[in-house]
Design a binder for this molecule. Structure first.
Ligand code: GLU
Length: 286
């Protein structure tokens, strides 16, 4: 059989900060199905920059769980910790373009300035107060070899950022209203998720990003970065999130639904996949 040549390249991007659960597996399964349908390939990206929560055992566990479920990917796995010079080069480019600024405000300062009573969810970053920004065009301090200040991306206020999600349809957000100046580099000298993810998706030639719908807001930020860095953006497919039987979102704390717990209970990978197939039919959109 002649397999048509495809340029589709997707990725699985787990963070080794806990055991993979059913929700991850379902998103990865959809990513795998889409790559297969397009006769494309999948990369495995190990998002291991979060040194505080990252644990080497979770990398082994993640590989074991993915293999158990039958996933394959183009070897070798790509670890973000090995790509720090790429993120630093991107930061320097943003710095040279005046697209970022140093920020010494704490999260608490930000919350107080906007009168927010408490913190939102992980992807619900408060809008950075414009009065905290340095004036546009003001000369920037050098980055320095070792970074000890937070750096934020200055969003173009009032500009629309739009994309057509291959599952959810047209999406748009106004910079400065729906999302504010966001972190690109942390004061502990680590790139933010937004920067590392945008750089990797663009530089590794990912043609479609498949991930959970909780990351749609991040997509607007990453599109801004990809554009500022002069790259071509991939397509995006945000999957429905899985809830447990009490209607609560699956998270890593739901240990009972960790893939290894299911495996220990004697559940077979085929049963898990069968569940995804029926959920896909119920969702009707994949
Ligand atoms: N490692 C990130 C996560 O697990 C990746 C998100 C993404 O797919 O961009 O949330």
């Amino acid at each position: 059989m002649v397999v048509p040549c495809s340029t589709y390249r997707g990725r699985l991007a787990p963070s080794p900060t806990g055991y993979l659960h059913l929700g991850h597996a379902r998103t990865f399964w959809i990513a795998g199905q889409r790559a297969r349908a397009a006769h494309g390939e999948l990369l495995l990206r190990n998002d291991d920059l979060d040194a505080l929560r990252f644990h080497l055992d979770f990398v082994d566990a993640m590989l074991e769980d993915l293999r158990w479920l039958g996933f394959t990917w183009r070897e070798p796995m790509i670890s973000q910790s090995a790509r720090l010079p790429r993120y630093r080069a991107a930061l320097e480019k943003l710095h040279a373009a005046g697209a970022i600024f140093p920020c010494t405000r704490s999260r608490r300062d930000v919350l107080e300035a906007i009168g927010a009573p408490h913190e939102g969810g992980a992807d619900d970053e408060p809008i950075y107060p414009p009065q905290f920004r340095p004036p546009a065009g003001a000369p920037l301090p050098p980055l320095g070899e070792k970074i000890s200040t937070n750096w934020r991306f200055r969003v173009p206020d009032g500009e629309d950022t739009a994309f057509i999600d291959t599952r959810c349809g047209p999406q748009h957000a106004i910079a400065g209203r729906d999302f504010g100046d966001f972190l690109v580099w942390r004061k502990d000298d680590v790139p933010s998720y937004q920067l590392s993810c945008a750089v990797d998706d663009a530089e590794l030639g990912i043609t479609e990003v498949v991930r959970g719908a909780d990351l749609i807001k991040s997509t607007f930020r990453q599109l801004r970065l990809i554009r500022a860095l002069g790259h071509v953006a991939p397509a995006y497919h945000h999957c429905a999130l899985m809830n447990d039987d009490r209607g609560e979102r699956l998270a890593k704390r739901h240990d009972a639904l960790a893939l290894r717990t299911l495996r220990e209970r004697g559940i077979r990978p085929e049963e898990i996949i069968a569940q995804f197939i029926s959920a896909e039919h119920a969702d009707g959109r994949g």
